[in-house]
Every structure is written in C-alpha cells, then in structure tokens.
Design a protein around this ligand. Sequence first.
Ligand code: KG4
Ligand code: ZN
Length: 346
Amino acid sequence: MEKSDFRILTLETTCDETAAAIVTSELKVLGSVVASQEELHRRFGGVVPELASRAHVERILPVITETLQKANLKLSDLDAVAVAITPGLAGSLLVGLMAAKSLAFALNIPLVAIDHLQAHIYACRMAAGKNVFPCVGLVVSGGHTSLYDCQSATQFELLGSTIDDAAGEAFDKVASMLGLSYPGGPSIQRASERGNADAYAFPRAFIRDTDTLNFSFSGLKTAVRYQLTGPGGADFSSLTIPEDKVADIAASFQAAVVDCVVAKSILGLQKTGHGRLCVGGGVAANAVLRKALAHEAEQGHWELITAPLSLCTDNAVMGAIAVEKLRDGVVESLDLDIRPGLIRKN
Ligand code: KG4
Ligand code: ZN
C-alpha cells in the first residue's frame, strides 16, 4: 500500500469472542471491542460451535459499529479490512470472513488475512511497543499449545505442539470435573489460591525428554479424573468433592501444566538460540505461569514478553499484525477462504 498512514479494521471470530479493532499503520489502537460469549457456553462447560457461529452472526455488525464509534470514525475512513481466517471453528471463521469480504468489496479497500496464532504472538509486539522478532513464540490457549521459532511477525516455524489436549482445554475439562465454572482457567486459578500445589504428584509428560518440544495433557487430565473417582473412572458428576480437595487438586494440576509449559519454553530457547520468549493466548493470563516464567527469565538472563491480560484471551487488537502484511503488499482476493484446521508437525 502506498499510503504511509492508514487505518485497518481488524476482525476476530475464530472461536467464541466476536471482536473488532481499528489500528493505524503506527500500531495505534483507535478503538477495540470484544463481545464475549462466555455466558452462552457456560452451562455446557465448553464452546458449542453452532451456538458460537449463530452468536457471531448476531454480534458482528453491532461490534463493528461500536468500534467505529469508539474510534470516532466512519466506514469510509477505513483504508483496509483484515480478518482471522485460521485456525478456528469453521462456522465462526466464516462469519468474520464474510463480514470482511463484504466491507472490502463495498468500500473497495484491500482485504488482509490474519493467522490467529501469529496474532496471539503479535499481542506481545503491541504490548512491548518495539520489535520483538526474532523470538521463540509460545501460544497457550483453549485450542492450542505450540512453540514456534518466529523469525518475523509472519514467518513462523513450528517447533512443537500438544499431541492431544491444549493446555486451556485441559483447564476447562478439569474445572468441569471439579464442579468449577467455565471458563476453567480463571476458576482453577482462583480455587488454587487456597490449595497446596504439592498435594498430588500429577504427571508431567515429556518434561525430561529433551528430544521433543511437544506437549501432552490428556494423561494429566485422566490422572485428575482417577484421583476423583478411583482407577475405575466412574461417573464423577454425582461426586461431592470437599472444598479443600478441590483447591489441592486445582493447585496440583495447575503446577503440572505450568512445569511442562515452562520446561519446554526454556528448551525452545536453548534449541533455537533465541534470547527472547513471547507468550500469548488465554492461558498466558495465568498468574502462576506468568510468575514462573518471569522467575526463569531472570535466572536464565533471557527476555520475557507476556501479552497483557487484556490481550491474552481472544481480541482484535492483536490483529494489528495485518499492518505488517499490508506494508509488504500481502493482500487477498475476494476468493479468500477459511482454513479451520491447524497444520501440525509430525
Ligand atoms: O486464547 P483464548 O481466548 O481462545 C483460544 O484461542 O483458544 O483462550 C481461552 C482459554 C480457555 O481455555 C481458558 O480456560 C483459558 O484460556 N484461560 C486461562 C486463564 N484465563 C483464560 N487458563 C489458565 N489461567 C487463566 N487465568
Ligand atoms: Zn485464541
């Protein structure tokens, strides 16, 4: 794009947040709105894809309107529109993409595609107010737990990822077993404050295996289940778990996740030789994880950049990564499609 000073509307509808933001070429945020669907999915203990996409349809236009109002701009003031197209829930992604294509067509402005996982790391760039690349990027969210060698904002090489559940997914499922509310991460963090993290020795998959940067949380989840029900794994929905046991299990489970995430992050830094770790995604909001990483960064003399709490869970400000693409002239045609699945490393 030739114009040096531009304004981009960024849209985020990959999962259960409907979000929009307007950012400038100087990465200034003029307006940002996030409409969460937490209430809608709470009674199911997790995101129901069909409900999510229907809610996006209802919310996307009001969210865009409110974002424009916050920025004190009109649609005609926009120079480009960007949208997260991968990875995510197919129905949810489609709502954002259709809104973005309609605006690009109607306003005759460029359309930019956003990789949601790259955007989670770009939240660190937004927070740092300086270039953060190259770095090791850690995305810990409800759908993903992955480490990347990030050469630039848009050049990511996957170093390792979970082979089963994502860290946030494990938080959500364990919270549900413990009778704690959705989303599970904040509930477990709260419950853990009264618990003993050494009460239960839960498994830490691959932690001593320096050949892999992969994660696995399904065994940990099963270990929590057996702790509650005995090895038979009987139905736990009818169990009454004493409050102190909930707190101890929450704290011990959280410690196991944090230990694995911290260990593999350090290994990722060692293997790549990078001196900087950027952390994004919903689980990056976890206070125990943040503290553990900060401690290791201090001890190991590497730089830690963690997304601020407001930019950990899904938002459209992190979609400012579109500024980099637009500057490089990477724009899409109206044939652009969604890519719901994640490309995994074997
Ligand atoms: O990044 P995000 O909003 O959505 C995805 O892209 O997946 O992450 C949502 C996840 C949920 O699983 C939620 O339980 C988890 O982030 N989460 C947390 C915390 N806050 C949110 N996990 C642990 N501790 C937290 N404080
Ligand atoms: Zn996300």
